[in-house]
Design a protein around this ligand. Structure first.
Ligand SMILES: [Zn+2]
Length: 116
């Protein structure tokens, strides 16, 4: 009875050793394959599968995130400009933005003509 338990124990150790060597060989193979890959952070073993851990590519893209500017369009000269720098006018409940005072005046003149 004791010898059977001893045998099972020996097989388990042997199996573990074989698995370990097997994984080491696979890791070495993968390491060699990815030697020139600068994004490799490490290697992990999940459910007997050897996986290569790569650096997050999102880290690089996050820095390139563009600043979104709030642009408005001048209806008189079709110039696009930042909302904070534009002349703002509310007419008939609608917001209008202009690049200059002149454009604002022109807009008012043309609108008045339409009403006549
Ligand atoms: Zn303008």
């Amino acid at each position: 009875m004791l010898s059977i338990i001893g045998n099972i124990f020996m097989i388990m150790i042997l199996w573990g050793t074989i698995n370990f060597i097997f994984h080491m060989l696979r890791i070495r193979k993968i390491m060699r394959k990815n030697e020139n890959n600068p994004n490799i952070k490490g290697i992990k073993i999940v459910n007997g599968q050897v996986e290569v851990i790569e650096k997050d590519k999102e880290v690089f893209t996050a820095e390139v995130k563009e600043e979104v500017k709030d642009l408005v369009k001048d209806p008189v000269c079709d110039t696009e400009l930042e909302r904070s720098k534009a002349y703002h006018m509310i007419k008939d409940g609608e917001s209008h933005y202009f690049c200059s005072w002149d454009c604002r005046e022109k807009f008012l003149e043309s609108n008045d003509e339409e009403h006549l």
